[in-house]
Design a protein around this ligand. Sequence first.
Ligand SMILES: NC(=O)c1ccc[n+]([C@@H]2O[C@H](COP(=O)([O-])OP(=O)(O)OC[C@H]3O[C@@H](n4cnc5c(N)ncnc54)[C@H](O)[C@@H]3O)[C@@H](O)[C@H]2O)c1
Length: 255
Amino acid sequence: MRICIIGAGYVGLTTAAVLSDLGHKVKCVDRDETKINALEQGVIPIYEPGLSELVVRNRKEGRLTFSSDVAASMDEHELIMIAVGTPSAADGSADLVYVRSVLLALSTVLHTHKVIIMKSTVPPGTGVWAEEFLLGLGVPGTLFDIVSNPEFLREGTAIHDTLNPDRIVIGSRSVDAAEKVRAIYNGIEAETVWTGQTEAELIKYGSNAFLATKLSFVNELARVCDVFGADIMQVAEGIGKDTRIGGKFLQAGIG
Ligand SMILES: NC(=O)c1ccc[n+]([C@@H]2O[C@H](COP(=O)([O-])OP(=O)(O)OC[C@H]3O[C@@H](n4cnc5c(N)ncnc54)[C@H](O)[C@@H]3O)[C@@H](O)[C@H]2O)c1
């Protein structure tokens, strides 16, 4: 399959490297020309174990290319994966300015049908909003489907996590588009969770919130341990052995 990935950051670059290694032809696009020029010289802007090797191999074999021409690259592809940043705004909400600018550029090249894969972490309702945004720009609804396909990788183990996900979440109204997106992961062993678009967005937000809750909880418990002169490491280990709770994300620390 031919896939265009927008954003050459942690998520976009890692996904591009892994998908090209699975045999797809991937074009990874970023509006940051310095980053794209560096990638074309073989300079990887982040350190992730295994990433450099995958990028070098797949570039050499012609399956992975880079470009800073966002609109033209999207024009050439049916499968468009959005992996741009969604930083927190001043009021704590997610700033969708980068997602919006990708959709705006996409609207100018939507002449044939495209599957828009939302890989960025976006608030619940963003898929519905994106659809309305494109329709509002005059793009006929028959020319696109939006599929939510959230990412769960961790920085530092990004390649491993992408190749060994606990699950692949695919949320869409269109069964056809959902199946096309699942097919790009053929070769990766993982259970697929098929959902609606908003449900997929809520799975990602719910997962993040739950993990943050676990960390906050164990940090609070560490303060209780301090009061009693108890060792939080022993306490957390004992709690984590309960399979209903689990020991991951149950280490007290400053984070
Ligand atoms: N980093 C992680 O561990 C992680 C894990 C899971 C999900 N996510 C989510 O994935 C998304 C991407 O995160 P990241 O860490 O890869 O971000 P990042 O900041 O490392 O990379 C984003 C890239 O998008 C590019 N970009 C921004 N606007 C663009 C545009 N209009 N056209 C083309 N390129 C554009 C930027 O130049 C940048 O290189 C975010 O929504 C994030 O929350 C991140």
